[in-house]
Write a protein of this length. Structure first.
Length: 314
């Protein structure tokens, strides 16, 4: 499995190596991130994040896909390699701390993934805080997942907070007796109980995330609701990880969330789950968002797509 060449008639949905792209390095992306701090009020964070990942950045076209609904939940449908968007089996839950982020900020990574996995992808537009608090995003994700499972196999994919939502959704589905087929998470936010020491150790090395901002978003997302840190929906690492579907995990070596990904893999395997873990050298939080320009982003998406595709077809 590899990225296609520039023949757009072969992949009308999205050409990750089209003429509008150019190669960038991890260092260049980190420098760009540093020029656009994601801080202030929730609305200010949303504007900054949207600007950082805007559709016209570095010559990318307008977002590929169209509005759609799955399980009564609105979102964005991204075509597979043949251009079809009907009956998606892959659901991508975007990140952003449950405060910012959208299909518009994440479509490039999801579109590259759609080409690589050979499947259309649906991205729910789940509710954000502070307007809607946790567990509202989980409710929407479960509605989408149940609708897909009624038709057949389900692959859950998520990044950062969307990785947390992927884990929470997968575990909830398993407890209902209707497990997801497979899942993949990028830089998952998986624990609030303090199990990992990289939240502090890597706060100065992660270009895209730090523990202080991460905790602030977590506080905004739950609001005044009194949920303890060891609530399994807040900290999936303390849940019954034997219930996980086959899971692929991608995390960067410099990340604040590195330790959580490692503990997720260790505990999942110890519980009997199939968990694959890749740690990308020198990479920061959610480097996949810079696909298709960043080689390491494309390679990460390819690893996850291969894992998902193989298990969807079993």
């Amino acid at each position: 499995m590899s990225l296609p060449g520039p023949a757009s008639d072969q992949h009308p949905a999205f050409d990750p190596r089209g003429p509008y792209t150019r190669a960038v390095s991890l260092a260049e992306v980190a420098e760009r991130i540093g020029r656009v701090p994601i801080d202030g009020s929730p609305e200010e964070m949303r504007r900054a994040y949207a600007w950082l990942l805007r559709a016209d950045a570095m010559g990318t076209p307008i977002p590929v896909g169209h509005p759609a609904r799955v399980g009564g939940i609105g979102g964005w449908a991204i075509p597979g390699p043949d251009g079809a968007t009907d009956d998606p089996r892959v659901v991508w839950l975007h990140g952003g701390g449950y405060v910012f982020g959208s299909p518009e900020t994440h479509w490039r990574a999801a579109a590259t993934f759609a080409v690589l996995v050979g499947e259309p992808v649906f991205m729910p537009r789940y509710p954000l805080a502070p307007e809607r608090l946790w567990p509202a995003p989980l409710g929407d994700a479960l509605s989408v997942a149940r609708a897909v499972l009624e038709r057949g196999p389900l692959a859950l994919v998520g990044d950062s907070a969307g990785g947390h939502l992927t884990l929470a959704t997968a575990l909830a589905l398993a407890k209902e007796g209707t497990p997801a087929t497979v899942a993949a998470v990028f830089s998952p936010n998986a624990d609030r109980t303090g199990l990992s020491d990289t939240r502090e150790a890597n706060s100065s090395t992660d270009a895209m995330n730090n523990d202080e901002d991460d905790r602030r978003c977590a506080s905004i997302s739950t609001g005044p609701v009194d949920l303890p840190d060891d609530d399994p929906t807040i900290s999936p690492l303390v849940d019954d990880l034997s219930l996980l579907p086959p899971l692929h995990v991608e995390v960067g070596e410099t990340e604040v969330l590195l330790g959580e990904a490692q503990i997720l893999a260790e505990r999942g395997r110890a519980a009997g789950a199939e968990v694959s873990l890749h740690i990308e050298p020198e990479a920061f939080h959610m480097w996949q968002l810079w696909s298709p320009w960043l080689r390491e982003a494309n390679e990460s998406l390819e690893r996850a797509a291969r894992f998902v595709s193989e298990r969807l077809e079993r």
